[in-house]
Design a protein around this ligand. Structure first.
Ligand code: UD2
Length: 313
């Protein structure tokens, strides 16, 4: 039974992780300002404490960390929209980088006995550098404030391990999909938007020709990866791609979804998004060496997601 902090725990990945950790009896503290996360994502359990707070509230965060002496800390809070970071670079920097460095500093300053800190970075750090598949050692080319802050925080977190011996690990998420992803923004995950459109017979705006390729990874596989990376018997440091290792074009994903649901997605073709990356997929051999075996391909993942969406309807 561990004592766990999840920043951004009302968000997509954080709340799914909370569900899994509760099922193994862990106690979870969630800090989320609900800017993107949803209160209904938070598991309804005596094992959960929820604080509606921003991670930029230094006094609050310092107090929380010192009082609770967490075993595990998952740093998932952040402004997830790349476009938002382009529009508000300084504000998003405070959240996506500064607040995370401050938390690491609190751990160092108070010598908190944390077993592992896991930071959520992004495939965005690779930018549009064309070498594929992306390995952790591939060239980095962060092109937006979001990507720069993710990369810098990742380095800080790893450096706190190397310089001060605080156990840390960072992950670079590729395109995650599944239950609890919020489809409300145009920059939400494309599968959550398509799911919404198929369910409610809405028109989907497809940016570009649909031949762009992504590495879509189902949330349950991601949670498996996160648990693996924080297991005490496995020494994990540095950075790991978290993905499926499979390549799927948007067109093929739509086709698979139509086959599954028996519905036709209404598509409105729009100009390609500025700065959109054409091909993005991961080499997952570093994580596989630790025993990671993603079990969902796109058909299987969409099937499970669609079943969840239709529950109780
Ligand atoms: C993902 C991350 C982003 C950043 C980036 C780094 C998500 C939600 N976003 O962006 O945070 O880390 O990777 O490379 O995981 N699309 C449409 N119509 C829509 C929405 C999207 O055609 O309504 C297209 C979009 O133009 C893109 C593809 O679908 O070509 C995937 O879009 P996305 O926003 O799900 O993910 P991505 O890879 O752009």
């Amino acid at each position: 039974m561990s004592n766990v902090l999840i920043t951004g725990g009302a968000g997509f990945v954080g709340s799914n992780l909370a569900d899994r950790l509760i099922s193994q009896g862990d106690h979870i503290t969630i800090v989320d300002d609900l800017s993107m996360g949803l209160v209904e994502n938070i598991p309804d359990s005596d094992l959960v404490d929820f604080y509606e707070e921003s991670i930029t509230n230094k006094e609050f965060m310092e107090d929380l960390l010192v009082k609770n002496q967490f075993d595990y800390i998952y740093l998932f809070a952040g402004v997830a929209s790349v476009a938002d970071s382009v529009g508000r670079p300084y504000e998003t920097h405070q959240i996506n980088q500064e607040a995370n460095v401050f938390l690491m500093e609190v751990i160092r300053k108070h010598k908190l006995p944390v077993k592992k800190v896991l930071f959520a970075s992004s495939a965005a750090v690779y930018g549009d550098e064309p070498t594929l598949p992306k390995k952790e050692t591939s060239r980095i080319k962060p092109l937006t404030p979001y990507a720069i802050d993710k990369f810098a925080s990742e380095r800080y977190v790893i450096d706190y391990d190397q310089l001060y011996g605080i156990p840390t690990v960072a992950v670079r998420f590729f395109n995650i999909y599944g239950p609890k992803q919020n489809p409300s923004s145009p920059y939400s995950g494309v599968i959550s938007i398509i799911t919404d459109c198929i369910r409610d017979n809405k028109i989907f705006n497809l940016y570009g020709d649909g031949n762009q390729v992504r590495d879509f990874v189902y949330i349950d596989d991601v949670i498996d990866a996160l648990i693996l990376l924080t297991r005490e018997d496995i020494a994990t440091h540095g950075v790991y791609n978290v993905a499926s290792g499979l390549q799927t074009s948007i067109n093929d994903m739509i086709q698979a979804y139509e086959n599954l649901t028996g519905k036709t997605l209404q598509i409105d073709y729009q100009a390609e998004r500025q700065g959109d990356i054409k091909y993005s997929y991961a080499d997952i051999s570093k994580l596989s060496k630790l025993g990671y075996r993603p079990v969902y391909n796109i058909e299987q993942g969409l099937k499970k997601y669609w079943e969840y969406i239709n529950q109780g309807m």
